[in-house]
Design a protein around this ligand. Structure first.
Ligand SMILES: Cc1cc2nc3c(=O)[nH]c(=O)nc-3n(C[C@H](O)[C@H](O)[C@H](O)COP(=O)(O)O)c2cc1C
Length: 260
């Protein structure tokens, strides 16, 4: 039975829902109304409903939550460019915890990130307790010591600094099933959404590369994070209130680009 229903009174037969459907699940029938094509495979992206200007479509296969209004006017491109370029990896945090509501909002933004074939296979782990974050750093350093890896990291740790998670009050980790081919890409995109949403709220963020790597090779880290069986840690972020502001945007290497 079709999961997409069309209200014939509202439908203007403009075919927009058919045009935006990535899997060609919809086609116009002889009367000009959209209908589901037998044997097609909907990826449940919701585009048909989201693009229909007359509100004629409903899709019962989507999560049972309301569609949100899309932005009618984007912020000026110069504002967005400036925001993106002003993002910095922040490694000095105040000790205040990040409010759970804030973390929930950030995760909700990250939930809207694209995933391959709209698969939405991400599982998130949030460590919102600075003592637990510190314990993760300690275990990462302990692994590094045993593996003969990262002498600069070990020296920093001995001096009382945290080179792994930088004394952040919170860490967010993204996982996917181990056998899911697009796990790294999906998580990197979703974490980037989360990072930018956090920056937009004045929080400082830094990618947790050491933790991500060590979670892949050292079971105690996965146990401390309670990574579900069959899942792999694909990336993580440390975040908290930033101690310092950045006045300038640093230069980058010149672009390496070829136009074909
Ligand atoms: C995948 C990835 C992993 C990273 N891991 C760490 C890390 O473990 N610790 C850290 O201090 N910075 C980490 N960084 C931050 C980079 O060092 C940083 O992005 C780079 O120096 C450029 O600085 P910017 O982000 O302020 O522009 C990581 C960045 C990426 C993209």
């Amino acid at each position: 039975m079709s999961q997409i229903t069309v209200n014939a009174d509202l439908c203007k037969k403009d075919g927009v829902c058919v045009a935006v459907c990535p899997s060609r699940t919809l086609a116009l029938n002889a009367k000009g109304f959209p209908e589901e094509v037998a044997g097609s495979s909907c990826i449940f992206c919701g585009h048909c409903v989201a693009a229909c200007a007359c509100g004629a479509l409903t899709h019962t296969g989507l999560p049972q939550e309301p569609f949100l209004p899309a932005l009618k006017r984007l912020p000026a491109a110069s504002v967005i460019d400036g925001f993106l370029m002003s993002r910095r990896s922040v490694r000095e945090f105040k000790q205040e915890p990040v409010a759970k509501e804030t973390l929930e909002t950030l995760l909700d933004v990250a939930r809207r990130a694209p995933t391959a074939s709209n698969s939405q296979k991400l599982h998130w782990i949030v460590v919102g307790d600075a003592a637990k974050v510190h314990a993760l750093s300690a275990e990462t350093v302990s692994w590094a010591r045993g593996a003969g890896f990262g002498s600069a990291m070990l020296q920093q740790w001995q001096k009382g600094n945290d080179p792994v998670l930088r004394g952040a009050p919170a860490v967010v980790v993204a996982c996917t099933p181990k056998d899911y081919a697009w796990g790294k890409a999906d998580c990197a995109i979703a974490l980037t959404f989360l990072e930018l949403a956090a920056e937009a709220r004045g929080l400082g963020v830094c990618w947790a590369g050491y933790l991500t790597h060590v979670a892949g090779v050292h079971a105690p880290i996965r146990e401390m994070l309670s990574v579900p069986e069959g899942y792999a840690v694909q990336g993580g972020l440390m975040l908290g209130e930033r101690k310092y502001a950045y006045r300038l945007i640093p230069p980058r290497k010149p672009l390496s680009v070829q136009w074909v």
